[in-house]
Write a protein that binds this ligand. Sequence first.
Ligand code: FAD
Length: 392
Amino acid sequence: MGESIECDVAVVGAGPAGLAVALGLARRGVRTTLITGPERARDHRTTALMEGSVRFLASLDVWERLAPHTAPLRDLRIVDATHRLVRAPEVKFRASEICLDAFGYNIENEALRGELMDAALALPSLHVARASVTGHSADAGHLTLSLDDGAAVTARLAIAADGRNSRMREAAGIRMRSRAYPQVALTFTVRHTRPHEDISTEFHTETGPFTLVPLPGKRASIVCVVSERDAVRLLGLDPPALARELERRAFSLLGAFELEEGRGAFPLAAETAEHLVAPRLALVAEAAHVMPPIGAQGLNLGLRDAAAILNLAGDAVSLGEDPGSESLLSRYASDRRRDIDTRMAAVDVLNRSLLSDLVPVQSLRGLGLYLMDRVGPLRRGLMRLGAGLRAA
Ligand SMILES: Cc1cc2nc3c(=O)[nH]c(=O)nc-3n(C[C@H](O)[C@H](O)[C@H](O)COP(=O)(O)OP(=O)(O)OC[C@H]3O[C@@H](n4cnc5c(N)ncnc54)[C@H](O)[C@@H]3O)c2cc1C
């Protein structure tokens, strides 16, 4: 028989969403066990954490650790780089227009996860189990998780933050609604010769956005959304030729590029869980929704799930109530559904409008960007939404 662990809440998965929710619960005095899952391969991507996420992470007292690794995104620029008949005007948004220093901050995923994990390990009230969940069963009052080291964790609520291939979700029989796109997101980190001036630039092309996101110093991360064929061709280039090709796609805005080690290729897909909850189980972040990496929405949305379940479960435990009750879980599901569905729909519309060759669709996209540029309240409302804040 392995170890037997009892707690109020078990958090499954030590990605950024799982780490944040586990830290928040333990800090509120909720008896929490974080089950980390398997060792991960190095993640060379970066994440643009928008203002709403920064405030949430600051409320967990971890922003001070993260801030030195980040670069601010003070301006966001959208450039229509298509060769179509109808082209949209260039649009630039300034964070100062909505009284912010920056819309958000870009950080390398390794630094984000590493700092959150260090904060979790430094918190004596958080129990960290370095194992993976192999199965679970729920009864009226509890949920029991079996771990691959033979231990069992009994909790009143389990939070599945075990990522896009969530085992917890699958074991609960929750299906995903999925849509694949004929595109691949390639990711790179580059050093460049001209300063980025804290401006993130998104070039809209016929196959999807090509985005330059600042990192500290003269460095930037690139997310380049291309057709499957183009992805194979680009990944076949040697590093100097690839750097030149990326510089060409960036119109030499940041000067010459030198590629750093590590690149990624992510087929584009949109997936949403049919249900966000099951008995004594709540899904958060990519266990619940996967979106194309357009507009830096994915983890920001996931951290809003984390904040929502953390507040509901934290309040329940402090009032002596059941954090895994049916009413609490249905409140979580209804609180989160609208935000998830609207963000997924917005990213889908933007992506499809880029792929479509139809002139009316291009005209509408151009008109949308024109209105965003010219109509003050719409512009400011959208900027606030993009920064993960309420529109008004
Ligand atoms: C190219 C690209 C760029 C992106 N850029 C941005 C961006 O700028 N801004 C943004 O907000 N989002 C961005 N995203 C989305 C963001 O990367 C994801 O939303 C985020 O990484 C998901 O975090 P997570 O914690 O849900 O899952 P993960 O980081 O995948 O973590 C899941 C964890 O669960 C663990 N696990 C798995 N199975 C088990 C098990 N059986 N038992 C226990 N643990 C288990 C794993 O080991 C892992 O640690 C981007 C995505 C891509 C593809």
